[in-house]
Every structure is written in C-alpha cells, then in structure tokens.
Design a protein around this ligand. Structure first.
Ligand SMILES: NC(=O)c1ccc[n+]([C@@H]2O[C@H](COP(=O)([O-])OP(=O)(O)OC[C@H]3O[C@@H](n4cnc5c(N)ncnc54)[C@H](O)[C@@H]3O)[C@@H](O)[C@H]2O)c1
Length: 430
C-alpha cells in the first residue's frame, strides 16, 4: 500500500498563526524558465510531468516521494534531482510545486509550499474538507500565489463548445442534465488508498469534484439537493498485510442531484443574483460507480434542452451526438458549433406539421436531425492535452498576473464545497 507520511510538514495550528491578513498582488516572473518540483511520483504525477515538460520554458527541477524507488524512477525519467518532500516544498530553486500525493495529504503539503512562497498546482481534490480548501485559498491569495486543483475537464474543447451551445439558447433552455460514470476498478486493488475514506475523502471528494467543476463552468454555482451511496460488502477474511478494504465494506457507488441557476431560472421573480429558486433551475444528476473491468469503463453525459438532447461520451469527453429539432438556419450553426459535426436528417416537416408545442409554448421546426461530433483525438491524447493546457494557463498567469485564468482558486474550492456537501448528505442517509 502506498505510504502517506505527513511528518515533514507543518500542522494546522502552525499554519493558522502564519496566515497574513491582507491579500498581496501577484508578482509575475516574466519569461524566465519556470522550475517545477513534483511531490508524489505515482502513476498520475508521471503522466502530468511528461506533459509539463512540453510547455515552453518549463523544467522539472526536483522530484520527491516517500517511496525512494518511485522518486528514483521519476528522477531518471524527468532528468531531475530526487529530494525529500519537505525540501521540494521549500526549495529556493523551485517556482511551482505540483502535488500529486493521495488526497488527505494535499492540504498540508500545499500549505507548506505556499508558506515557502511557491505557486502550487495540486492534484484534485484541492483538499478533503471545505475548511482546508478555504485555508489554502486564503494562504495563496494573501501571498499573491496561485493554488489550484488539477480540474482538467473545463479545458476540453468540447466543454467549451457545450458552454457556447448552452449560452446560445439555440436549442432553447437547458432543462436537466445527467452524468453516469461506470468506472473501472481493475487497477484499484483492495489495499489501494482509493477505498480508504480517511485518505481519499470518499468518491464525491476524490473523483466527483471533476464533474461538479465542469457543470459549474457551464451553469454557475449549484446546490446539492439529495445524495446517496452504496457499499460493496467486505469480501471475507482480512488479508495478511492488514489492508482496509478486506475487513470492511467499501464505498463503491455514489449519486446525487444538484440544482443550478440557469436558463429556466430567468423568469422567477426577485431572485438574488446567481441564486437558485427553491423549486426551479436545472436539476443535474451525478452518478459515480467504481466496479467495472477496465475494458467496460464508460461514461455518458446527457444534457436535455427544450428542443434537443446532447450526449457526450468518455470521461474527458472526446465525442458525442445531438438529436434536435431544427429549422433551416439553425442546423448549419449547430453543425459548426460541434467539432467535426456531421448531420443526418431523421425526419422533415412541412406546412402544418412544422408547428409544435413544448413547455406551454408554440414553435416551428423543419426537421429532426442527428449530429455526430468528434474531436478526432484518442482518449489518452485528449487527456494529455487538457493536463498540458491547464498547466500552461496557470503558468501564463504566473508569468503575467494581469492575465485571466480559465480555472481559479475559487473554482477549486467550490468543487470541494459541492463534494463535501454531497458526501455529508450521502453519509446521513446510511
Ligand atoms: N486530475 C486527474 O485527472 C487525476 C487522475 C488520476 C489521479 N489524480 C489524483 O492524483 C493524485 C495521486 O493519484 P495517483 O493515482 O497517482 O496515486 P498513486 O498512489 O499512484 O501515487 C501517489 C504517490 O504519492 C506518494 N506519497 C505518499 N505519501 C507521500 C508523502 N507524504 N510525500 C511524498 N509522496 C508521498 C506515494 O508513494 C505514491 O508514489 C490523487 O489526488 C488523485 O486523485 C488526478
């Protein structure tokens, strides 16, 4: 089992006394080479670091892992020096610390790096509690530093296309959405930290944050209405190494419904800005289960509009399809909005049959079409691209603080807030 040693970093009470009261503006580092230090050299860190090296004027300066073999392997691969984790967090020759350890370590390691004056990119989740996530945001803001979680979904070109589609209202208002994640657990043995809620924070926190963030990037801040979870029974006798999953049931499915203030909210009277009406808005259902063989790993997002339904496939979506009622003008616009859009007309309407109704409103349509779209990238290539683009966006803002970013500390904290609330409601229902 991966070790999770936290001895080298300051305690929460150490941090509390060090937080500065006033925000400091960020100072840019211009075009000089940006030196990245890796803390945690597991599977995902090595994938990410390989992408970071492709960003111009970025160098991996040092790596750290409590497992010397993992640190040594990453050091060789990345042509970097292996050092102890606390040394990387505080090193003078490091500008940005990338933390890719198990989630329960993120807060303390990110705080140590921020206190040493480093910008921080933390693997998701930013932290496993809302208080810890907010503390990191405060520490970063007060020191003029960046500290975001690696929430890559909003960097997908398809996510941006969907955002434009929602905002255009070309299919009318968005009514509801759903994300179904039937994920593989083949690489997650029973002794993996993923199943240990004390380390992972639970599925909503460890994994759900990605999709809370994606939907928030489209619809703004949501609220969790209800949530539930399901446990996989303990498989029997404990294993010799005393692992967690063998003795206790593990959380293998979670689901929740959230409410977002979007199109459908527009006509509700006297709503405070960005607040959901108590019984209106967009309902979005999220479901995450980790129980499939790798070859059956699959995800589907559905967005139901007044005059069409969009589906996206894969966990960082690469392709999908849209079925919609269109007129002569909208079909071309839609096909251009969706990358690689190919239109197939399913049915045509003329004369009186063009007239239809929905949600108490009359409207006309000339046809039902199905548009298939595809980024033309493999899952892995797209994953690599979004990891690179997120880091490049943050690094550009480190160089030039006046530049805006697609993802901020506030977004990173908001995803933890949604996840912790969903987790709380799911645990209450046990
Ligand atoms: N953004 C994404 O799409 C994405 C995808 C996969 C994983 N992740 C996240 O990346 C993080 C790591 O996941 P992983 O799958 O690579 O896990 P992993 O178990 O493969 O790697 C974790 C590494 O951290 C090391 N470690 C443990 N305690 C440490 C400490 N105190 N100091 C330094 N190193 C320590 C372990 O030895 C191990 O090498 C998690 O937060 C996970 O949620 C993000």
């Amino acid at each position: 089992m991966p070790r999770t040693d936290t001895a080298c970093i300051p305690s929460a009470s150490d941090l509390a006394t060090t937080i500065e009261p006033l925000p400091v503006p960020r100072a840019g580092i211009g075009r000089q080479t940006l030196r990245v230090g890796l803390v945690g050299c597991g599977a995902f860190a090595r994938f990410s670091a390989a992408q970071y090296r492709q960003i111009p004027d970025v160098r991996i300066g040092a790596v750290a892992d409590i497992d010397p073999a993992a640190a040594g392997r990453a050091a060789t691969e990345l042509n970097a020096e292996a050092r102890p984790p606390d040394a990387v967090c505080a090193a003078d020759d490091i500008d940005l610390v990338y933390i890719a350890t198990p989630p329960a370590l993120h807060h303390r390691q990110a705080a140590a790096a921020l206190l040493a004056g480093k910008h921080v990119l933390v693997e998701k989740p930013l932290a496993t509690t809302l208080a810890d996530a907010e503390e990191l945001e405060t520490l970063a803001t007060n020191r003029g530093l960046i500290c975001v979680a690696n929430l890559v979904e909003r960097y997908n070109p398809l996510a941006r296309a969907v955002h434009r589609l929602i905002d255009s209202r070309i299919l009318g208002g968005l009514i509801h959405g759903m994300f179904i994640n039937e994920a593989a657990d083949e690489g997650l043995g029973r002794d993996h930290w993923f199943w240990n809620r004390d380390v992972s924070g639970g599925i909503f926190v460890e994994h759900g944050v990605h999709f809370f963030d994606l939907v928030a990037s489209w619809l703004g801040r949501g609220t969790v209405v209800c949530a539930a979870r399901s446990l996989r029974p303990a498989p029997g006798a404990p294993t010799e190494n005393g692992d967690h999953g063998a003795r206790e049931p593990v959380e293998e499915q979670v689901s929740c419904t959230c409410r977002y203030p979007a199109d459908g909210c527009g006509d509700w009277p006297a709503l405070p800005a960005r607040n959901c009406p108590p019984q209106g808005g967009v309902l979005f259902h999220f479901e995450h289960g980790f129980h499939q063989p790798s070859r059956m790993d699959r995800q589907e997002m559905r967005l139901v509009f007044e005059r069409g339904e969009l589906r996206l496939f894969d966990w960082v979506p690469t392709h999908g399809e849209l079925r919609a009622l269109v007129d002569e003008d909208t079909v071309g616009i839609l096909a251009r909005m969706l990358p690689g859009g190919a239109v197939c007309t399913m049915d045509r309407y003329a004369g009186q049959s063009r007239r239809m109704r929905g949600r108490f409103q009359p409207f006309e349509a000339a046809a039902v079409v199905q548009i298939t779209y595809n980024l033309g990238l493999s899952k892995l290539d797209l994953y690599a691209q979004v990891v690179r683009d997120l880091a490049a966006d943050q690094i550009a803002a480190i160089r030039d603080p006046a530049r805006g970013r697609t993802l901020t500390e506030v977004d990173s904290v908001a995803s933890v807030a949604m996840a912790c609330e969903a987790d709380r409601l799911a645990m209450n229902g046990d």
